[in-house]
Design a protein around this ligand. Structure first.
Ligand code: FAD
Length: 433
């Protein structure tokens, strides 16, 4: 008997919906399964969507998809308990189409992308938490849900960062929630009138601002970064925290995000805003979070499920990789279908596509960053150094002025930074970047 579908895609996030749209456009009979009642309802994302990968399947996505604002400025900085040192990058080129990045809210974008998948001809079924892959020996032959099998020669796992379907199988024999590579992402959404957002963030209608901070304001040893992004009439606020750094310190994530929100540099912009959404999620991406292989007999893994989320403790990017890897998985399945069937050898072409499109290069290349990003000094000594230095430079005290070198040396001593650790961190950073 023939299979139920040509391809089954599990998970209607950015990776799964992109794959399903491309597959349906390519004439495949595709089933997209999502456990949430609506696509996007289970997704949590800080919300800066970079890149233009979606244009490959939806040329007008940037004007049709419900995006929030296009970025015109990014701010990066260091917070201590009572200071903020930051740098703005405000680019004229970012104001011109095609825009480089948009803030998005996943409940809206994923629902829209799912609708596009249906319009292209995919069968989309929500409220279906797939129980397991249908293993036949070493081959995956569709999925099992509610005791029933749904079969296809190719299954694409796009079930996100905690991909349960892969766990304990040859795809991912061991859990990847280990040590340093595990982070906690927390995100809150606050409603604020669009006019107020534009006034407080100095942006025009439709324009957006994103900022990311090294959070040097938490109890010693706690490592993490904070973000604040502007949406149309909401603000996304959140933290990315190193989970091991929270252990044994008696700290709670809700207190940390409260501390971040109440910092004077953040609080002024949130004044009067009303909390409308809260979520938390583990992040286990990067090269260390990759599966045993990206494809095998009857299966491919895309997006967060494959570990394609780049995080350096402050910035987090995953949606762009999810879209691109979902599209490459779809192209691989279409090519295998045209060539006569989805053999393991034909699906292995997926890894070559991941290489060609730069995804694997990015993660392999930044592996060293995985090791340096959770250096405790980045979250204690360096914010203090920045605060001390800029305080000395920016404050006129009616006393003789000192040269920058002397000010920097004094800030270095106040921050407890030895020349040795400066040299080591500088070297690690250059290698990591
Ligand atoms: C706090 C935070 C902030 C972030 N900020 C950014 C950012 O600013 N920019 C950026 O690019 N990235 C950001 N990311 C990362 C980004 O959200 C992810 O990389 C991206 O969502 C990955 O897309 P995906 O399709 O692979 O997975 P997901 O978006 O997680 O989608 C997986 C889907 O699979 C479904 N699913 C799971 N299991 C099953 C099952 N068994 N059966 C059926 N369905 C299932 C889920 O419900 C979900 O809809 C952030 C992440 C976090 C946690």
């Amino acid at each position: 008997m023939g299979d139920d579908f040509d391809v089954i895609v599990v998970g209607a996030g950015m990776a799964g919906t992109s794959a399903a749209i491309r597959l349906a456009q390519g004439g495949a009979n595709v089933l997209l399964l999502e456990r949430g009642a609506e696509a996007g309802s289970k997704n949590l994302s800080g919300g800066v969507l970079w890149g233009n990968d979606l244009a490959r399947i939806l040329p007008n996505w940037a004007t049709e998809m419900p995006v929030e604002r296009h970025l015109v400025r990014k701010r990066f900085g260091f917070l201590t308990a009572d200071s903020a040192v930051s740098f703005d990058f405000d680019d004229g080129a970012w104001r011109a189409r095609p825009y480089v990045a948009h803030t998005v809210l996943r409940a809206r974008t994923d629902a829209w992308l799912t609708k596009k998948a249906e319009e292209a001809g995919a069968t989309v079924v929500t409220s279906v938490p797939v129980e397991r892959l249908n293993w036949e020996g070493t081959r995956v032959h569709g999925v099992v849900q509610g005791g029933e099998k749904m079969t296809a020669p190719v299954t694409i796992l796009a079930d996100g960062t905690n991909s349960r379907l892969a766990l304990g199988t040859p795809i991912r024999p061991e859990p990847r929630l280990s040590g340093e590579s595990t982070e906690l992402g927390i995100k809150e959404v606050y409603r604020l009138d669009a006019g107020r957002i534009e006034e407080r963030f100095s942006v025009g209608p439709g324009e957006g601002h994103a900022e990311e901070w090294v959070a040097g304001l938490f109890p010693p040893g706690v490592m993490g970064g904070g973000f604040l992004y502007t949406n149309q009439d909401t603000l996304s606020v959140g933290l990315i925290l190193s989970i091991p750094s929270l252990f044994g310190r008696g700290v709670y994530s809700h207190d940390l995000i409260e501390q971040f929100r109440q910092h004077p540099a953040i609080a002024a912009r949130l004044k009067g805003a009303e909390l409308v959404e809260y979520g938390a999620k583990l992040i286990t991406g990067g090269w260390a979070g990759r599966p045993s292989a990206f494809s095998g007999d009857g299966w491919m893994v895309a997006g967060d499920a494959a570990g394609f989320v780049f995080s350096n403790g402050i910035v987090i990017q995953g949606m762009n990789y999810a879209v691109r890897s979902g599209l490459e998985a779809a192209e691989t399945a279409l090519a295998a279908r045209s060539a006569g069937g989805a053999t393991a050898a034909r699906l292995a072409e997926y890894e070559q596509r991941l290489e060609r499109t730069g995804i694997l290069g990015d993660f392999r290349g930044f592996e060293a960053m995985d090791r340096v990003k959770w250096n405790p000094r980045i979250y204690t000594a360096y914010p203090k150094f920045a605060a001390e230095l800029f305080r000395a430079m920016m404050t006129e005290r009616g006393a003789p002025k000192e040269h920058l070198y002397r000010l920097a040396r004094r800030a270095q001593v106040a921050a407890g930074l030895s020349m040795r650790s400066l040299a080591k961190d500088g070297f690690d950073l250059v290698r990591g970047l």
